[in-house]
Design a protein around this ligand. Sequence first.
Ligand code: UDP
Length: 246
Amino acid sequence: MADGGKRDCLRILGIPVDRVTLKETLCRIETFIASGKPHLVVTADATAIVIAHSDANFRSLVESADLVTPDGNGILWAGKYKGHRFAERVSGVDILERLCALSAEKGYRLYFLGAEPGIADLAARQLQAKYPGCKIVGSHHGYFPSDSDIEVAQKIAMTQPDVLFAAMGMPRQEQFIRATEDLIRAKVAMGVGGSFDVYSGKTKRAPILIQRIKLEWLWRLMLNPSKISKVRLLPRFVLLVRKEGR
Ligand code: UDP
């Protein structure tokens, strides 16, 4: 890593995941912004690890990231299983909101890319209402073919963002970030999955009680049955981690 201090990573199925808290993540991100150079942050849940395990391109993308946060109970379980606990879950949804608060305070320029037409803009307006002064400098939906990546990136580059949030699902969002980073020149870019859906009010996060008993995945599945293909990867994740051993 070029800046932001020495990393303390735990490898899960060979993929490095940083043992960071949300507070430490925000500190690193601010260091990345101050450096002026592009950085990739990945929020890794169990699905991401299974995809990286079987897809060499995505794997090298995650391995080359500047920070990989432990996003999800599957990752926390794997840390505990291997005897190197993660302090807490650090999700894209939480990082996004905290960066909106920091933007209001410090003027960071944020760009929202992804989700269905209108959703990123709605999320931006809700967050600006919650954090007055938060600088969301532009938004764009996430439904375009990859041969339009450069055209979309040129539009984003015009707004000169410090931080690009890409919410187009994994691995598409990370692939877009890598393919366009030299053009966009955001200091930090990160995939945030379904976060705009959450902040626009399109989907609701599970009630705290359901989050506490670690059944948020079941709640999401009930609201959106098309997520079954991702949920199916969870038992595979547990099997692979057990096979890998401590
Ligand atoms: N999405 C998109 N473009 C696509 C496919 C998906 O912008 O081609 C959006 C989708 O509307 C949703 C987000 O990507 O807002 C992915 O959400 P999901 O919950 O699947 O991501 P996860 O957090 O599970 O990775």
